[in-house]
Write a protein that binds this ligand. Sequence first.
Ligand code: ATP
Ligand code: MG
Ligand code: MG
Length: 380
Amino acid sequence: GATLGVMGGGQLGRMFVHAAQSMGYATAVLDADPTSPAGLVSHTHIQTAYLDADGLARMSAVAAAVTTEFENVPAEALDTLAATRPVAPSGAAVSVCQDRAREKAHFTGCGVPCAPHAVIDSPEQLAAVPDSLLPGILKTARMGYDGKGQVRVKTRDELNAAWADLKQVTCVLEKMLPLAFEVSVIVARGRDGTVVNFPVQRNLHRDGILAVTTAPAPGVAPELAAQAVANARQIAASLNYVGVLCIEFFVLADGTLVANEMAPRPHNSGHHTIDACDVSQFEMQVRCMTGLPLVEPVLHSPCLMLNLLGDLWFPAGSTTQVEPDWAGVLTLSGTHLHLYGKTDARKGRKMGHLTVTGATPEAARDVALKAAALLGIEAF
Ligand code: ATP
Ligand code: MG
Ligand code: MG
């Protein structure tokens, strides 16, 4: 079959490669790291940086269509590749998602509420921030992920110090909102404008990193779920987006829905779709970029997804890396283990995930709690 290219070699790229290969495609991964999770399993591994002219030429020579798994891939690289083949998502759409200020402006333009915020680009703008945004979270406009590049600030003094600490790069100060919980919606949009969506999932973050995803989302009334889905579809359509897109939302204590941010790619909160849906988010990305039909995906099993962070490799103060008890976890029925081929476990590093499917949400949760206890993951 044809070769599909992916910019970036992380775990998202690896799972994309798995989906593409199972549909008969060859793959090309562009990532400078010789041991990148996706590069290790791809037919072709182009070991260069994203904007390297030689790497782009090599990608150009092999790939019938290109996607990205890394949201900070330079938009110019996607534009260059798009001159001679389909690229999904486009450089223009990705560049909106790379900048929190533009992202929030897009949400607002779609009539989707987001957190009250101010863009801070200069000492004058810093001084002009209204008191109503404190306490708040100062976030770098670009390049942040897993809670990195964010500082929680209570007072104006803390805000000033935080902006200095962040080297005075362009930031967004967001008002700290009273969250009841968080949800996300993954949509996919085809070149012909067809949009499909996965059901809403509920996400638990710990230390700014996704820890647990549950689908269907418990505690979400049908009207709230419908609103989140409608918002996500509207955001994709108005970006003229092609590909898989994830929108993260906050549900506030009073039940209000607020958009947080979006990711122009398959998302960690959609990993359960591999084992719990008839079409996974990665297969959906393949379908989007190749112009294959999009069908509404069906969640066939209630499930939970547990992220397996590098912390688990260092049980109870161990200073050397110890492989977790996979055999113990796999003894439980309904467990689906995914490891990303990373050999070097570090605190907070995403090493893999475990999806637990069950006949009922309660049964899945029961097994997930047992698996968590075995692995040393805090109960949820
Ligand atoms: P990701 O890895 O999802 O891209 P990120 O580093 O871009 O994360 P955000 O999603 O902006 O970070 O924030 C991380 C988490 O911090 C959120 O999931 C939420 O739990 C909390 N958070 C962020 N902004 C706010 C806010 N305005 N009010 C309350 N909590 C917030
Ligand atoms: Mg983010
Ligand atoms: Mg986030």
